[in-house]
Design a binder for this molecule. Structure first.
Ligand SMILES: [Zn+2]
Length: 261
């Protein structure tokens, strides 16, 4: 089971892993906390519904068997300063954890994925997913929790490479990512998703509402423009940090390779 903040995060951070697990015959469930309605669009009124529909399509492409929406509002990255009423960050942590725990009890997943403690690049909804996901796993007695992240060194190298190829990376991207996600030595599990790159790109493309229209760091747009021969390099691995010392992988070790020495 993958717990995510907004539609498109599942494809960006775990798309290959979900597709690989599904291809190996595992039941894959995605839970999304918000509809991402503060994401990028001129008209935000219908955006939430559109993004959830895009998530359904992406999930179908990736082989996800069930999508659960917790129905919270998007808190916004930094604006508004106070999380809006009804948003993920306005809700008590216990309530969010309890709702996710109910789904965990239903599904009894071998592995739950959340986010790293930084919330990747620092979106407060992503930090909330980390906190609530870990609390929910404790409540439901799911012992194997992995934080989906990105190897920061690979990310920065990829951005430089794309820049040299003339693919315009937003000016702030390299700075924005300098302290984001995880250092290579923090990574505990890697998933080789080179064979799932095609599905991952198609899932990213399903999130069409996120593909343009802003000066923000637009990862979806950036990744959807990676030239095909390069995409195996840029999109071919996914990274996780174990929450707790020695996760019990069981049959999931065919997906998640422990890279600790
Ligand atoms: Zn997000």
């Amino acid at each position: 089971m993958a717990f995510h903040a907004h539609p498109d995060d599942e494809a960006l951070l775990t798309g290959g892993t979900l597709a690989k697990a599904a291809a190996l015959g595992h039941r894959v469930v995605a839970v999304v906390a918000t509809a991402g309605e503060l994401g990028l669009a001129a008209d935000r009124a219908a955006l939430g519904a559109r993004r959830l529909a895009e998530l359904e399509r992406a999930a179908e492409i990736l082989g996800v068997a069930r999508v659960v929406s917790l129905g919270y509002g998007d808190s916004g990255f930094r604006d508004p300063a106070e999380p809006p009423a009804g948003s993920l960050c306005a809700a008590p942590l216990d309530e969010v954890a309890g709702r996710l725990a109910a789904v965990l009890v239903e599904e009894r997943p071998a592995v739950l994925t959340v986010y790293d403690a930084r919330g990747g690049y620092g979106h407060r909804d992503h930090v909330r997913v980390h906190d609530a996901g870990i609390a929910a796993a404790r409540l439901a007695e799911v012992s194997t929790v992995l934080a989906a992240t990105v190897d920061r060194a690979v990310l920065l190298r990829s951005l430089r490479l794309l820049g040299r190829l003339g693919i315009r990376v937003d000016g702030t991207a390299a700075d924005a990512f300098a302290d984001a996600f995880s250092a290579p030595e923090e990574i505990t599990h890697v998933v080789d998703v080179r064979r799932q790159v095609r599905a991952k790109r198609a899932a990213l493309a399903a999130h069409a509402s996120q593909a343009g229209g802003s000066d923000d760091v637009r990862t979806v747009r950036l990744l959807s423009r990676v030239p095909w021969p390069l995409s195996r390099v840029v999109l071919g691995r996914e990274w996780f940090v174990s929450v707790g010392d020695s996760p019990e992988m069981g049959r999931m070790d065919e997906v998640f390779v422990d890279v600790r020495r």
